[in-house]
Design a binder for this molecule. Structure first.
Ligand code: KIV
Length: 288
């Protein structure tokens, strides 16, 4: 029998925390990138609502719909069958009622075979979190900088930089844990706050811009590969410059089309042997 790789589960993530092994987490929105991510051996993929900016060119995440998220989750799951895939609940998909929150969370599992969902917010989203957990779905909390409510935060600003703000974050983290979340993501908070929460809670606590002490790191793939152009948050490290590579490749193609260098002989199909004399005879009819 073929040696089929086992799919990562929530138990693997807990084991990694216990053993002090860092989880490698990236976002991904499409089939090819998710294939590369699985081949590179990442532990988790978030199909983030950042797809609004990274794929659709919206100025933020607010316009993103459930249908868009589902389509991208489906593509990612097809490409990464063995990776822990998380769907991100977009703005408006869980705020209106617990019932609607559950219905939308269920879609991520039923339609796109996701392993978990993530939603933004602290204490104020606990009723929705409880309802989703009651449906048997793995929930990841997300506190700190929460882009969907960046209007209330006064912009995309780091959180937990004062004692009062750090205390609010810790209270939110504890409340979410008590509500039953199995995973927590901290975004844009000082490393001391990231470390404190990761050590305080028995669940895996991951960070994006939360320093080096959390149980794992998340990064937006479009930032990591140098594809996203609009802005670069402080916590991003670019590991490649895809924008330069792709623009360069397209410019070379344009140059060669204009100069006639492309296509060359090797890019052309040839007629089957013996067909050319007949072709010329047939073509002559059209020239009369
Ligand atoms: O949508 C996303 O990619 C996210 C990260 C910014 C945490 O939620």
């Amino acid at each position: 029998m073929a040696n089929k790789k086992r799919k990562k589960s929530i138990l693997d993530l807990y084991k990694m925390k216990k053993e002090g092994r860092k989880v490698v987490w990236i976002t991904s929105y499409d089939f090819p990138t998710a294939q590369f991510a699985e081949a590179a051996g990442v532990d988790m993929i978030l199909v983030g609502d950042s797809l609004g900016m990274c794929v659709y060119g919206y100025p933020g995440t607010i316009p993103v719909t459930m249908d868009q998220c589902i389509v991208h989750c489906e593509a990612v799951r097809r490409a990464a069958p063995n990776t822990f895939v998380m769907g991100d609940m977009p703005f408006g998909s869980y705020q209106l009622s617990e019932r609607e929150a559950v219905a939308n969370a269920v879609r991520f599992l039923k339609e796109a075979d996701c392993d978990a969902i993530k939603l933004e917010g602290g204490k104020r989203v606990i009723p929705q979190i409880r309802a989703i957990l009651d449906a048997g779905i793995v929930v990841c909390g997300h506190i700190g900088l929460t882009p969907q409510s960046s209007g209330q935060l006064g912009g995309h600003k780091a959180q937990g930089r004062t004692v009062e703000s750090a205390e609010t974050l810790i209270e939110d983290a504890v409340a979410l844990h008590q509500a039953g979340i199995q995973l927590l993501l901290l975004e844009a908070v000082p490393p001391e706050v990231g470390k404190f929460i990761a050590e305080l809670l028995p669940i895996p606590v991951y960070g994006i811009g939360a320093g080096m002490h959390t149980d794992g790191q998340l990064i937006i793939v479009s930032d990591l590969i140098g594809q996203f152009q609009a802005f670069t948050p402080k916590f991003v490290k670019k590991y490649a410059n895809v924008a330069e590579v792709v623009t360069g490749a397209i410019s070379s193609y344009a140059e060669e089309v204009r100069s006639g260098a492309f296509p060359a002989e090797e890019h052309c199909y040839r007629m089957i042997e013996g067909e050319y004399p007949k072709f010329e005879k047939m073509a002559a009819k059209f020239k009369k």
